[in-house]
Design a protein around this ligand. Structure first.
Ligand code: G3H
Ligand code: 13P
Ligand code: ZN
Length: 324
């Protein structure tokens, strides 16, 4: 078996220090998912240009899609590219929704600096046992671990859930104490994907009371918000205008994310907004320039849009700009 890769040798950092600063500074660190070169370039360029710390997030599906070895070198290349830009921002490489100990171990051994073990579909006891097992492997290697309590509706990697179960605040202290995890994802009404709430619902019902109660029971402990895309209406309109079909797609309003970022929420996960932006731009190019067949002519503008979107999130929603 090949020797394990140490994340520090790739120029990566874990999330401990990032979260401490985010907690003290009242902002959230962005965690953007990537599957390909254009997404990765956009994320690191936008974060370097806004001087934001960043968590590069890889799901098990992304790992299968892009190849685990290639991904590691892509992350390493991204770190190097950022240095060449003269930017000095902390970059973490994080496994999103790891569902087994073996997957988390494999990511840690291949250079990830942080992993999520999502045992939220198991019983409370089994979730604790699984999360503890990952922590015991991760901590001696100085890799940070995110656990989850409560189930989000929508697709969580390859596990889909029809219904959400809010996090029970009375469980969080025991979970954190028994597992030793470094951060905790909670369920307060957000969900994965582009259809989070009923269209026309005046204020999406996020349970800030549950967040507050978790904060009270875990003072100073980093909370993570999944399913936090705003499903940017301009992108949905563009997609529908240029031949797509995404009627009724609705996300979390930006004001609510701003409010969450000021609390103990130290990490906000965004994937769907990036997917929507890329799809909207590519659709537009295909309609306006039907004879174009050079992928750079549609992936390039899609990448530019992604840079714009991420800068906006860092500056105006998460508050992570100029915090690196
Ligand atoms: O939480 C799910 C993420 O958006 C990743 O999605 O499993 O399709 O890569 P994926
Ligand atoms: P969105 O689908 O809202 O972007 O959520 C992404 C996410 O939580 C990744 O773990
Ligand atoms: Zn998620």
């Amino acid at each position: 078996m090949a020797d394990a890769t140490k994340y520090a040798d790739l120029g990566l950092v874990n999330t401990r220090d990032m979260f401490k600063k985010a907690m003290d500074g009242g902002y959230a660190v962005p965690a953007y998912n990537f599957n390909n070169m254009e997404q990765l370039q956009a994320i690191v360029v936008a974060c370097a240009e806004t001087r934001s710390p960043v968590i590069l997030q890889v799901s098990s599906g992304a790992r299968k899609y892009a190849n685990q070895t290639l991904l590691k070198y892509m992350a390493m290349g991204a770190v190097e590219m950022v240095r060449e830009m003269g930017a000095n921002i902390p970059i973490a490489l994080h496994l999103d929704h790891g569902d087994t100990f073996e997957l988390c171990k494999s990511c840690i051994d291949s250079g990830f600096s942080s992993v999520m073990i999502d045992g939220s579909h198991h019983s409370f006891e089994k979730n604790i046992e699984l999360t503890r097992q990952v922590v015991e492997y991760a901590h001696p290697r100085d890799v940070t671990v995110e656990g989850e309590l409560g189930v989000l509706a929508g697709i969580e990697d390859e596990v889909s859930s029809e219904v959400s179960h809010y996090t029970k605040p009375e469980e969080v202290e025991e979970f954190v104490k028994k597992t030793g995890c470094d951060s905790l994802a909670i369920s307060i009404g957000t969900s994965h994907g582009a259809f989070k709430f009923k269209p026309g619902q005046p204020v999406p019902p996020l349970r800030f009371d549950i967040l507050k109660e978790c904060e009270k029971r875990l003072p100073g402990f980093p909370i993570v918000l999944h399913g936090a895309s705003s499903v940017i209406p301009e992108y949905v309109e563009m997609i529908n205008k240029y031949g797509g079909k995404m009627e009724g797609a609705v996300g979390v309003p930006e004001e609510q994310l701003r409010k969450a970022a000021k609390s103990a929420v130290c990490k906000i996960n965004i994937d769907s907004d990036g997917r929507l932006g890329v799809t909207a731009v590519i659709r537009k190019v295909f309609v306006e320039k039907p004879s174009e067949f050079d992928p750079r002519k549609y992936l390039g503008p899609a990448r530019e849009e992604l840079v714009k979107m991420i800068k906006h999130k860092n500056e105006n929603v998460l508050g992570s700009a100029n915090r690196a």
